[in-house]
Design a protein around this ligand. Sequence first.
Ligand code: F3S
Length: 643
Amino acid sequence: MKLTVTEKIIKQHLVKGSLNRGSEIGIKIDQTLTQDSTGTMAYLQFEAIGVDRVKTKRSVAYIDHNMLQTGPENADDHLYIQTVAKKYGIYFSKPGNGICHQVHLERFGIPGQTLLGSDSHTPTAGGLGMLAIGAGGLDVAVAMAGGEYYINMPQIVKVELKGELCLGVSAKDIILEVLRRYTVKGGVNKIFEYCGEGVKNLTVPERATITNMGAELGATTSIFPSDEVTYEFLKAQGREQDFVEIKADEGAHYDEEIVINLNQLTPLIACPHSPDNVVTVKELEGKKVNQVAIGSCTNSSYMDLMKVAQILQGKTIAENISLVISPGSKQVLNMLADNGALSTMIKAGARVLECGCGPCIGMGQAPNTNGVSLRTFNRNFKGRSGTVSADVYLISPEVAAVSALTGYITDPITYLKDKKINAIDMPKKFFINDNLIISPAPENNDVEVIRGPNIKPFPKTEPLKDKVGGKTLIKVGDNITTDHIMPSNAKLLPFRSNIPYLSEYCLTPCDSDFPKRAKKLGGGMIIGGINYGQGSSREHAALVPLYLGIKAVLAKSFARIHKQNLINNGILPLTFESEKDYEDIDIMNDLAIENILESIDKGVIIVKNVTKNVEYTMTLDVTERQKNILKAGGLLNLMKKYR
Ligand code: F3S
């Protein structure tokens, strides 16, 4: 049988199921990664499972999200993660070493292996030919404990790249083009596999830009083959021994196919407030800009920042612009410092931030009121920047750099014409210094795990009762993101290990009284629209509603990772059979579900609206395994039951 790259890797890791599309599969996980904002909870859950050491080939704990340290909370979290990592066999990447996905690509990723990360941009490592999937912290904890990871076998989309990018057009424009065609919902239950002669013209970091932002399609992951370009990258990282060639078989079957002709691509831009709101840069040329931010796990590689330095060389940014640059890793920053590019950026007027997520996660650099911010990042949801009234546009490093100079949205093709700009080649050797990566202790006996006061236990759950009821505490519209459900900003990020504190902010961007109402009534139900929970793997978007007593979310449809997170935490994700019923339910209606345990097995749940004396038919589209998780009241309860 002729296989795609995806199928080859899945087949090698298959523990349960088959390659039949849509059927549930369990895959063995080789590597895991966590970042600090999801990591504290993942490690608390890992400890609760009760194994002595991680069972993966390699697990890495990164600190990159939350480094402002405006109070002791961040530092408490970092210390907990560092000590728990040391004890249980996990590598620890210290604050300042870089963004998890960039560092993982550089120092840990291995073609052909599986990676599960508690961050939705884990697919970045697909640029290296890994099957890399973002998941909730609990799934990652289970994988570290040796459990397999379950998904429904996705459809595989062939993205054939033809030709070569023109000067001023970049890998970011390729993924923006895919987003333009597929939208933020179009990738659900799909894996985007890149192939074609255009692939060989893209370096691994460029491929990683594409697989990174594939997350915005709602895709399970994205992947490139592992070829001679991959070998060159690993060799330049001093890791040629990790190279394995993986290419799709000639004539392998794909479920869908699209073609992108790179020569015909022009610079693109995603307009507020969704990454699929894509138009050409030309269409917006001349719009005044206040802030330009370069960095994030999408565009902070050495080559990205060298392109920026080249454009800024000998110039000064426009008077109306604040330009901030956050290099993706210490390796990148070291190399820019050594070759003078850092000095070029500083001379041009850039504010250079530490290597981390920074403004991407709203940790500083919020734009001015009603400001226009151009960002090389992957998300532009309303308020994520820290300024609700700001308009955030997503762009490539080239568009960012030229616009920082002019002060207006500027098409790099026009701007760079006749200027001496060269393509940036990948270095033959990257600067390697892993002194901020701490190895685990060989034995865990004498390592003490340090828990500061900010490390609070996570909410416990009970096995599912046969009858649940409650009021509809909130009714929200379509495309509610995890940022709406559990906002993540500079004020809240230090409290990621403190669910009681975070609960005060749950769904407040939609309704500021929601937490108060939920607490007063002892919990209830949430009514959601299409694609409820899109945007990130943030498990807190399930843990915090759980703490507030939410029993079920009734929605038109769910985002994949969030649905799994709800199930893992014992919250019923119910889908309206008829979307008209969504219209019928009002806030504070009394809802009741009876005979749940029996209905779960049938996959059809009748919800009674006691206030209006009508019934709604809801579907519970879950696998047998997920039914058992829900009955047990969550994955942790189920794991404990079988240990
Ligand atoms: Fe960090 Fe932003 Fe990526 S928060 S992991 S840089 S999406």
